[in-house]
Design a protein around this ligand. Structure first.
Ligand code: GAL
Length: 727
C-alpha cells in the first residue's frame, strides 16, 4: 500500500513538474485536472467563477462588470454561447455589438481573469428557444438533441465554428488565452430518459465530438452523471455538497451553477436568495472537497429585444445576483461573498493538498479539516441547526456558530469568516427623477380593419403560430368571416377561443372583445367573452401573441403556440357554431412592424397624430413615439412603464424588450435565511407589477433627439411614462 501511494505521489510530482516545465519552456500551458481540482500552470486551484452572459448587457458595460467580478474575488467568468443570436438565419452570422463574443473573451483576458465557455449550443438559460435557432426546427427530418443526423450535423458545425474562432484568436489557455474550460450540451442528463437509447447515443456522440475539437482544455457536461471520460460531470443547483463526480479518483468536484437567486415570470413575484444561505451553500460545497464554484448568475442583466424564453420570462434577468441588472453591486451580497472568497483563498493550499477529514461535533455540528504537511491546516466548522446558535470546541478553542452557518479557519485556529455574520454594508435602491421633461407623444393606430385585406395566406383550419411566423414577430393575426342570418340572432352571443398560448386579443367587427393570457404555470388560454355579432357578415380577428418561446424540456421544439382551437360561437341560431375548421387567413406581425416604425429610418413612413387631439388612455393596438434629450449624470437609466399595459419599447431603434404591467400573484412572507432555500421561500413584489422599470442602456442614447417608440397592445396611459435613474 505504502509503496503504491508513494509511487502515485512521485507520479503526481513528475506530472506537475512536467507541466510547469512546459509552461516555462513554451509559455504555453495546458489545463488538466485531477481528483482535487483543475490544474492550471501546474497548480491545483480553488476557483470562483461568475456567469455574465454577454448579450444581456452592452459592450460598453462589459469591462466594468468583469472588473467588478474580479474585485469581488472571482477568478473566472462563465458564459453560454447563444447560437440563435449568432446565426439568425442559416449561414448568416452575427458577431457584432452585444454578440461580439471575441471582444467579450478578450476583455476577460485584459482584466486578468479566466473564462469558462459553455458552448452548449443548447443552453436553456431562460433564453428564447433555449438558444437554438428557430429555423433549425424547419430543417427537414430534424429532431433536436437526440441521435439525429441533421441535428448533429448542425450542432457540430456551430460548435466547431465557435472553437475555431476562439483558436484563431488564441483564446484557449493552451494557446496562452483565458479559456480554461468549455461545456458541451446542458443538463441533458435530466432529459435522457425521455430520449431513451437514442439519447444516450447522442450524449456520447456530443462528448466525443467536443473532445475531438482539441481545445487543449477540459470539457464539462453539467447534470450528466454518465458523462464519458475525459469529460467532467458537474453539478447545478441551490446546494451541491451532496455531489461527487462519476469518477472520484480522477475527476474534480465542480459546481457549474450555484444559483444566486432565481429568474422571474411576468405575473409572478421576484425571488430573492439570502446571501447568508448562498455563502453557507458554497462553504458546504468547499468543505466537502468542491474546488470550482460558478455563481449563476453573478450579473443576470437584461433580456433585450425578444431574447427572453420561457415562455413568460421577464425582460429583467436581474436574478438577485451580486451585481444587479443595471451593473451596480448589490450589498451586502457582493461584499459578503467577497469576504467568503478571501477566507477560502487563505485556505487554498490546505484544501488542494489534502482530503477533508470529517469530525462530528454534535447532532447538528460538524468540522471538516484539511490538514497535510505540504498544505498546512484549514478547517470549516458548521452548524446545521436552523434556529439555534451553538458553541463548539475545536482543537481546544471555543467557537460560537450562528444557526445554519459555517465558520472558516484558514489556519485551523483563527476565524476568517462566518457565513451568517454580516458586515455593515447594505444597499437600498432608489429611483430618482431625471431632467427629462414630460414626453410629448404622437400616436399611430394599428388599423384592425385593414388586417388580412391583402393577406395572401388563407387556409382551412388553424395553424400552429410558430409554423407561420417562424418567430419573425411575436404577433400573428388569425382572421375569419362569419355570416349570420337575422333570424339566428337572439340574446347576447358569445365566443370561446382556445389557444396554446401565450396571450390573445379577440376582435369582433373591429372592436376589442377582450384579452386573455397564459402564465408561467399554464401557458394555455381559454377566452370566453361576449361577441358583438350583427346580421350579415361578421369579422372575427384573433391577435395571438408569443411571450418568449419554450426554452427547455424534452422535445421542447415540438411545443405548440397560438390558436389551435376550438373556436366556437355561442348563442347563434339554435346553439353553438364551431368555426375552427373554416377558412382562416393569416397575417404575420403588425403593420407598424412591417413599416419599421420603431427605427429612426422607418418612423416617418406613416402619418402620426398629435396625441393631444386624441386623448392617450386605454386605446388598444397603438403605437406611440416621442423624442427626448439624454438625461444628465452617469447613473443607469430605466423607463417606468407602470401606467402601460403590455407591449414592446424601443429607443433609437434598439429594442428594450417586452413590457407587461401584470401584477404578481403569490406569497411574499417574511423570509428567514436559515433552512433549505427554494425560490418560493423568499419573494417580493406580490400585488404589484412583476416588472415596472426597464433598463435603458446609456450607450444607446445620443445627447439630443432620442426616439422612443412604444407599441401598446391593451391600452395604457402614455402620459405617465417617465425616464428614471437608479442609484
Ligand atoms: C438550469 C439551466 C440554466 C438556467 C437555470 C435556471 O437548470 O442549466 O440554463 O436555466 O437552470 O436559471
Amino acid at each position: 500500500m505504502a509503496a503504491s501511494s508513494g509511487s502515485k505521489w512521485l507520479y503526481l510530482l513528475l506530472c506537475t513538474s512536467l507541466v510547469l516545465l512546459l509552461c516555462i519552456e513554451f509559455t504555453e500551458c495546458i489545463v488538466t485536472y485531477d481528483k482535487k481540482s483543475l490544474i492550471i500552470n501546474g497548480q491545483r486551484r480553488i476557483l470562483f467563477s461568475g456567469s455574465i452572459h454577454y448579450p444581456r448587457s452592452t459592450p460598453q458595460m462589459w469591462e466594468d462588470l468583469i472588473q467588478k467580478a474580479k474585485d469581488g474575488g472571482l477568478d473566472v467568468i462563465d458564459t453560454y454561447v447563444f447560437w440563435n443570436g449568432h446565426e439568425p438565419s442559416p449561414g448568416i452570422y452575427n458577431f457584432e455589438g452585444r454578440y461580439d463574443l471575441v471582444k467579450f473573451v478578450k476583455l476577460v483576458q485584459k482584466v486578468g481573469m479566466y473564462m469558462h465557455l459553455r458552448i452548449g449550443p443548447f443552453v436553456c438559460a431562460e433564453w428564447n428557444f433555449g438558444g437554438l435557432p428557430v429555423w433549425l426546427k424547419y430543417v427537414p427530418g430534424i429532431s433536436f438533441r437526440t441521435d439525429n443526423e441533421p441535428f448533429k450535423m448542425a450542432m457540430q458545425k456551430f460548435t466547431t465554428k465557435i472553437v475555431e474562432m476562439m483558436k484563431n484568436e488564441k483564446l484557449f489557455e493552451s494557446q496562452g488565452g483565458p479559456i480554461i474550460l468549455s461545456q458541451i450540451e446542458n443538463e441533458y442528463g435530466a432529459d435522457t430518459k425521455a430520449y431513451g437509447a437514442a439519447g444516450h447515443a447522442y450524449m456520447t456522440w456530443a462528448a466525443k465530438m467536443a473532445v475531438g475539437l482539441n481545445t487543449g482544455v477540459p470539457w464539462v457536461m453539467c447534470k450528466q452523471d454518465d458523462a464519458p471520460d475525459p469529460i467532467i460531470n458537474t453539478c447545478n443547483g441551490f446546494y451541491c455538497d451532496y455531489f461527487s463526480p462519476n469518477n472520484k479518483e480522477t475527476k474534480p468536484t465542480m459546481w457549474t451553477e450555484a444559483w444566486t437567486g432565481w429568474f422571474s415570470d411576468f405575473g409572478g413575484p421576484l425571488p430573492h436568495r439570502p446571501f447568508q444561505d448562498l455563502a453557507f451553500a458554497v462553504a458546504r460545497f468547499i468543505q466537502k472537497g468542491g474546488s470550482f464554484t460558478n455563481y449563476y448568475m453573478y450579473h443576470g442583466g437584461t433580456n433585450f429585444g425578444r431574447t427572453a424564453g420561457g415562455p413568460f420570462i421577464t425582460t429583467s434577468y436581474d436574478y438577485d445576483a451580486p451585481i444587479d441588472e443595471y451593473g451596480l453591486v448589490r450589498q451586502p451580497k457582493y461584499d459578503h461573498l467577497k469576504e467568503l472568497h478571501k477566507a477560502v483563498k487563505l485556505s487554498e493550499r490546505a484544501i488542494v493538498s489534502a482530503d477533508p477529514t470529517f469530525i462530528s461535533l454534535g447532532s447538528y455540528e460538524q468540522a471538516h479539516v484539511f490538514s497535510s504537511k505540504a498544505g498546512g491546516c484549514a478547517a470549516f466548522l458548521a452548524n446545521y441547526h436552523i434556529n439555534s446558535s451553538t458553541t463548539v470546541r475545536f482543537r481546544n478553542n471555543r467557537y460560537d456558530l450562528p444557526p445554519w452557518s459555517i465558520t472558516i479557519l484558514p489556519d485551523c485556529k483563527t476565524v476568517a469568516f462566518n457565513t451568517a455574520q454580516v458586515g455593515s454594508k447594505t444597499s437600498a435602491v432608489n429611483w430618482l427623477p431625471t431632467n427629462v421633461n414630460k414626453l410629448v407623444w404622437q400616436t399611430f393606430n394599428e388599423d384592425v380593419a385593414s388586417v388580412d385585406s391583402d393577406s395572401r395566406m388563407a387556409v382551412s383550419g388553424l395553424l400552429d403560430q410558430l409554423s407561420v411566423t417562424r418567430d419573425a414577430s411575436d404577433y400573428l393575426w388569425y382572421s375569419t368571416g362569419v355570416v349570420i342570418n337575422p333570424s339566428e340572432l337572439h340574446g347576447v352571443p358569445s365566443l370561446t377561443v382556445e389557444s396554446e398560448g401565450h396571450a390573445l386579443h379577440v376582435f369582433v367587427n373591429g372592436e376589442l372583445a377582450g384579452s386573455a393570457f397564459g402564465n408561467g404555470e399554464n401557458k394555455k388560454i381559454k377566452f370566453t367573452g361576449n361577441a358583438n355579432l350583427q346580421a350579415g357578415m361578421n369579422k372575427i380577428q384573433l391577435l395571438s401573441v408569443t411571450v418568449g418561446l419554450q426554452n427547455n424540456g424534452p422535445r421542447f421544439e415540438l411545443s405548440k403556440t397560438g390558436v389551435l382551437g376550438p373556436v366556437v360561437l355561442h348563442g347563434v341560431g339554435r346553439g353553438s357554431r364551431d368555426i375552427t375548421h373554416q377558412k382562416w387567413s393569416y397575417q404575420v406581425g403588425l403593420k407598424g412592424e412591417s413599416k419599421n416604425l420603431a427605427s429612426p429610418t422607418g418612423v416617418s413612413s406613416v402619418d402620426w397624430i398629435e396625441s393631444s387631439l386624441l386623448g392617450l388612455t386605454n386605446r388598444p393596438l397603438t403605437w406611440y413615439k416621442a423624442y427626448f434629450n439624454a438625461p444628465e449624470g452617469v447613473e443607469p437609466l430605466a423607463i417606468d412603464m407602470k401606467s402601460m399595459g403590455k407591449g414592446q419599447v424601443w429607443i433609437n431603434g434598439e429594442s428594450i424588450g417586452r413590457y407587461w404591467t401584470v401584477h404578481a400573484k403569490g406569497s411574499c412572507t417574511d423570509c428567514n435565511y436559515a433552512g433549505t432555500f427554494r425560490p418560493a421561500k423568499c419573494q417580493s413584489q406580490c400585488g404589484r407589477p412583476t416588472q415596472r422599470w426597464y433598463h435603458v442602456p446609456r450607450s444607446w442614447l445620443k445627447p439630443t433627439q432620442n426616439l422612443i417608440v412604444v407599441f401598446e397592445e391593451i391600452g395604457g396611459d402614455a402620459s405617465a411614462i417617465s425616464i428614471m435613474k437608479r442609484s
